[in-house]
Design a protein around this ligand. Sequence first.
Ligand code: ZN
Length: 271
Amino acid sequence: MANDEVLMERMSWREIEEAIAGGKTTVILAVASIEQHGPHLPTGTDTYLGYALAEGIAHELGNALVAPVMRPGLSEHHLDFPGTVTLTQGTFMKVLEEYCISLAGHGFKDIVLISSHGGNSDTMVALLPRIAKALKDRCQVHMVIPNIREQPAEIEEIYREYGISRAQAGVHSGFAETSMMLALHPELVDMDKAEEGRADEAFYHPDRIKYSQIESFVYGVRSQSPNGILGDARSARPEAGRRLLDARIKQAVEEIRKMISVAQEEMKGTS
Ligand SMILES: [Zn+2]
């Protein structure tokens, strides 16, 4: 094992035990999906992104390991496309809860949940108090909660530099995800098949985006976008993808540091 290895599934139990004893007491659990990502991206896209984000966050934090990315996720709204595999909500919640219970038994002080698939996020937020309560005597549970209405300023700036609108960036397999995949796994991206999907600005307007997402859950993505893209993949660039990933990692790390220090203060206050 390389000294800077953080992926638990590449480590032996002894290496994991030593890492935790040596201070790597935070574990990052990315919750992803197996679902269609347009004609040009693989169905594992959210899983690859989950690994990249979690690894980036763990390296940046310096005291963290990365749990095997959880998938399938909640992808019922993509089931009209071949290759999509989903859990139902009750199963998903059970798997996530038991996953955290397993991790809590190993000596981690903090479990940090991140979602690399928008369809998981609301259910994870709703489940968080229950998991936190179940584990309260063993460790703290945190979640980096995505804001669907508003992107961080740094990400908006990258879109501006590349002349990309909110609709082109998209929420699924558009400029943003395609660029990130070009940065991580260019061998899995077929830019000859990259297309425009649903890319009307109104659909992505901050006042409308949550409703658009609920519409996806109700009617399925195929009714909104026959090729499965919500955004426009055609002008994706690997350099932009690397910057988008770095910005997301930086933002998550800042949030995690804040959450963990707040939780530690609370602990001191109650002990
Ligand atoms: Zn995705």
